[in-house]
Design a binder for this molecule. Structure first.
Ligand SMILES: [Zn+2]
Length: 106
């Protein structure tokens, strides 16, 4: 009974979203991105559900930006699975404008 209550509190307090630049993505965000990957490099933004555009790559990790809200992430794949992620922009709407060339958007 007590154990169940502790689990309930842990569940309620679990951090679901990262918010600031440099913060690691939460497991919920990683799961959401991974579940939306369709094998052709397309995945959904955990903030708004927009499409993530792949940007600069460096070894096994790459940057991705949402084509809708502009949130940016650094993602690391290993064996075809998303292992780690970090937010590289503050969460929230933002124009892609100056990053257009990085993310191949017209
Ligand atoms: Zn988005």
């Amino acid at each position: 009974m007590f154990g169940g209550l502790v689990e309930l509190v842990k569940f309620a307090c679990r951090k679901r979203r990262s918010r600031r630049e440099g913060e690691s993505l939460t497991q919920d965000e990683i799961d959401l991105i991974e579940q939306s990957m369709d094998g052709r490099g397309r995945a959904k933004c955990p903030d708004c559900g927009g499409r993530l555009l792949q940007g600069p790559t460096h070894g096994d990790d790459f940057n991705a930006a949402c084509d809708r809200c502009g949130s940016e992430f650094n993602l690391m794949l290993a064996f075809g699975e998303l292992m780690l992620g970090q937010r590289i922009s503050d969460r929230g709407p933002r124009k892609l404008g100056e990053r257009a060339c990085l993310y191949g958007k017209r």
